[in-house]
Design a binder for this molecule. Structure first.
Ligand code: AMP
Ligand code: GLY
Length: 425
């Protein structure tokens, strides 16, 4: 098979790495890709993920058998529909289904209608009404821009003043652009966060092993929200009891709800869960692999990824058994100092060869490229996802942090407490 991956970050490098392992894949293409993905795939850096016509033309020119759409923006924007209309075989939800991630108001209404446990909320189109509502609301409170906002459209407000300023930021100043035309105001929940990714074929859902992200920029969960500074898998807090609850009230219920709405979902559903004292609650849905969750989950999957992808597209997931290794993985993101606000890029990355031939260690590229002297240089806020597997989470963490020392670039920055919470488990 020839496969095209759409995307160019650490998640896409992890997906490409799994495909490379597949006996059924002969050739991988990637748009735009990056310098790490280029080691195992043919990349076309000049095509962006929102250039739907160019992607379709490229897929046809390379006569690929399958296109795997990985990032949220093209999924929500309807790339899957465009490619299908061109006769291509595609993995990912169509536009109608990707709204599960594309609109927080949609996903909250869906959960309410189908009794899927989540935080209480109200939706607003009118900033005046939102401000009025806040006057009698309990603090802290959570404000969410309705649309996609690079994972940054959520504000947790401790006081009425902060909340009012947040409404202004989202709905009037349009800090997150059109994503803020509508807003969800939601009850603040406390508890541990866990992510569960799952494969879905429209009817059947198969959850993968659990994972946990670290969204804040600095140690101790301080600093600004980022795309994710590191992950570990599995989460020791995702117990059998939690799993049972989620299987009963959340996973299949979500898939059935989407089908009942005429929005059959095929692809990946990412459940962001909060384990509250009253039981698990859905924080959010994503319609794709998380980044950097994919990095710690996919490397532990025993199945051939192409078998699972085919089952999702063909509606035969019920006949497939998902299997994960009985071990653990940790991913530590090496970022550019200053991320997520402002940072320099273009620094040479040294030491990458140290990963060659080492089992259990992965250096997933998130933001890298070749410069005009063909050196690999930094090209983003998140640069590399240093990942290691171990028999236990502690061992995986030790190995991942060791491997972070193998590579260097000028403004290298990382958190030092990825997976530290496991000590409390
Ligand atoms: P989301 O993009 O919806 O996952 O929100 C980003 C982050 O905001 C989550 O990972 C949580 O840490 C936090 N968050 C979102 N909703 C709530 C809530 N209702 N209560 C507490 N924290 C929340
Ligand atoms: N790591 C969180 C996300 O991919 O949305």
């Amino acid at each position: 098979m020839k496969v095209l991956i759409v995307g160019g970050g650490g998640r896409e490098h992890a997906i490409a790495t799994s495909m490379k392992k597949s006996k059924r894949v002969d050739k991988i293409y990637c748009v735009p890709g990056n310098a790490g993905i280029a080691q195992i795939a043919e990349c076309e850096p000049s095509i962006g993920v929102m250039e739907f016509d160019k992607i379709a033309a490229y897929a046809k020119e390379k006569t690929v058998d399958l296109v795997f759409v990985a990032p949220d923006d093209p999924l929500v924007g309807g790339l899957v529909d465009v490619l299908r209309a061109e006769g291509l075989r595609v993995f990912g939800p169509d536009k109608k289904a990707a709204i599960l991630e594309g609109s927080k108001a949609f996903s909250k209404d869906l959960m309410k209608k189908y009794n899927i446990p989540t935080a209480a909320y109200e939706t607003f189109d009118d900033p005046e009404k939102a401000l009025e509502y806040l006057e009698t609301a309990e603090m802290p409170i959570v404000l969410k821009a309705d649309g996609l906002a690079l994972g940054k459209g959520v504000l947790i407000c401790n006081t009425l003043e902060e909340a009012k300023a947040g409404v202004k930021e989202i709905m009037l100043d349009k800090h997150f652009g059109n994503a803020g035309n509508r807003m969800v105001i939601e009850e603040f929940m406390t508890g541990r966060e866990v992510s569960v990714l799952s494969y879905v074929d429209g009817k059947t859902i198969k959850p993968m092993t659990s994972a946990q992200d670290h969204k804040r920029a600095q140690d101790g969960d301080r600093g600004l929200n980022t795309g994710g500074m590191g992950t570990f898998s599995p989460s020791p807090f995702y117990t059998e009891e939690v799993d049972e609850f989620c299987k009963k009230y959340i996973y299949q219920a979500t898939v059935d709800a989407m089908a009942a709405e005429g929005r059959e979902f095929k692809g990946i559903i990412f459940f962001g869960l909060m384990l509250t004292s009253k039981g698990p609650r859905v924080l959010e849905y994503n319609a794709r692999f998380g980044d950097p969750e994919a990095q710690v989950v996919l490397c532990r999957m025993k199945n051939d990824i192409m078998d699972v992808v085919d089952a999702c597209i063909d509606g035969t997931l019920d006949q497939l058994e998902l299997e994960f290794e009985d071990n653990a993985a940790v991913c530590v993101v090496l970022a550019s100092d200053g991320y997520p606000v402002s940072y320099q890029k273009g620094f040479e990355i040294k030491g990458l060869e140290k990963f060659e031939g080492k089992d259990d260690y992965y250096c997933f590229h998130a933001g890298s490229k070749f410069d005009d002297r063909h050196r690999i240089v930094t090209n983003g806020g998140r640069v590399l996802g240093i990942t290691a597997k171990g028999e236990t989470l502690k061992e995986a963490r030790k190995k991942a942090y060791e491997a972070t020392e193998w590579v260097s670039f000028e403004n290298k920055y990382m958190r030092h407490d990825i997976g530290k919470a496991i000590d409390e488990a």
